[in-house]
Design a protein around this ligand. Structure first.
Ligand code: MG
Length: 370
């Protein structure tokens, strides 16, 4: 089986609400998603998607860059067997190292084809006997303490039981107030992570986290792994890492330095399901707790990540966010991973479990054949 054609679409995805994070330095109103279809010489097709959460979230990941990287990667992909995502991934890494977002879309499409070719859903190929129901995480953008408390209460009333509250900035008093406001409104049995998105210096992190109540996780307090390890040794809260983990080696370094008790596992940040599975399996071996989800996007990126989440052991799996829940208009409404009373339940259909209708995407922006 060989890859004979790669078709690429750009999807402009306005958010239902403006999203501020990282101490207000990041402001996202719409997402630039890249969807691709791989077609094989024997008639199978697979779908992939990658969608940065705005161009400022991760290094070298923005929509036009993803599509430029795909143009460079296409000759290394065409003619290869998509049932071997690892081999396709090594070819992409040789052709253009980095570009994890672009590689993720290709890798997900290869896994979709592997699933269809073998008649297996991805959760089974990724290691599960049965797909775990995956709890959904609400996401609360940064704002003043009272506005965050109100958003938090609305999410709790909507059925979410785990929450990610965005905090961070240069004013320790404001962040202590945000943490106190959210914790005061936290219902019995709910859990919260305070996601700083790199917005603190180590000094502010140590001050805030030693003044605030020590409840819940704190995610990516500072930009670098060394800074986060410094903070982790001086605060009572468990630390979750996200943006500073771009490679498998970063995960090993995080473990060696004792920098965290858990990680976010995101295919688009790491280079696809293949790389995310390796990070997930390391986390299982180490005893980390993990949120498995993608950086953003619609049904394809979400569903791929939920297959990995649904195949992650209960002891290691924390809730996942559904990126599509933030979109003003869902371009694949009703397809793939959906909110079913606060959880996602995947079925037994092979591959990703669904295929979108490309007629709804408009004209492709590129077609590569070989
Ligand atoms: Mg995060």
């Amino acid at each position: 089986m060989k890859i004979k054609r790669l078709t690429v679409w750009r999807l402009d995805l306005p958010l239902a609400k403006v999203y501020d994070f990282s101490g207000g330095t990041q402001h996202v109103e719409r997402l630039d998603s890249t969807v691709l279809r791989i077609e094989t010489d024997d008639g199978l097709e697979g779908w992939g998607e990658t969608c940065p959460w705005g161009p400022g979230y991760l290094p070298s990941q923005h929509g036009p860059g993803v599509r430029a990287a795909l143009e460079t990667l296409a000759p290394a992909i065409l003619g290869r067997d998509p049932r071997a995502p690892e081999a396709v991934g090594r070819a992409m890494a040789l052709a253009a190292p980095g570009h994890q977002g672009a590689r993720s879309a290709v890798d997900i499409a290869c896994w979709d084809i592997l699933g269809k070719a073998t008649g297996q859903p991805l959760w089974r190929l990724l290691g599960a006997e049965a797909p775990a129901p995956v709890a959904l995480n609400s996401s609360i953008p940064t704002a003043d303490a009272e506005a965050m408390r109100a958003t938090f209460a609305a999410h709790a009333a909507a059925g979410y039981r785990t929450h990610s509250a965005k905090i961070g900035g240069g004013d320790p008093d404001a962040d202590v107030a945000r943490i106190e406001a959210v914790l005061a409104a936290l219902p019995e049995g709910h859990a919260v992570t305070f996601d700083v998105n790199c917005a603190w210096t180590p000094g502010v992190a140590v001050e805030v986290l030693n003044r605030a109540p020590a409840r819940g996780w704190v995610e990516q307090p500072c930009p670098t792994l060394d800074q986060c390890a410094h903070v982790a040794a001086r605060v009572p809260q468990p630390i979750m890492l996200d943006e500073c983990l771009l490679t498998f080696d970063d995960h090993l370094a995080a473990w060696r330095r004792g920098a965290c008790e858990g990680v976010k596992v995101k295919p688009a940040r790491l280079g696809g399901l293949t790389a995310a599975r390796a990070a997930r399996d390391l986390g299982v071996a180490l005893g980390w707790r993990m949120h498995v989800e993608d950086t953003g996007g619609s049904a394809i990126a979400d569903t791929a990540a939920f297959h990995l989440a649904a195949s992650t052991p209960d002891a290691n799996r924390l809730a996942s966010w559904l990126g599509r829940a933030h979109l003003a208009d869902d371009p694949m409404a009703g397809l793939g991973a959906l909110n079913d009373g606060g959880v996602v339940r995947l079925g037994d259909v092979s591959g990703l479990g669904f295929a979108p209708d490309p007629a709804t995407f408009g004209a492709p922006c590129a077609v590569y054949e070989g």
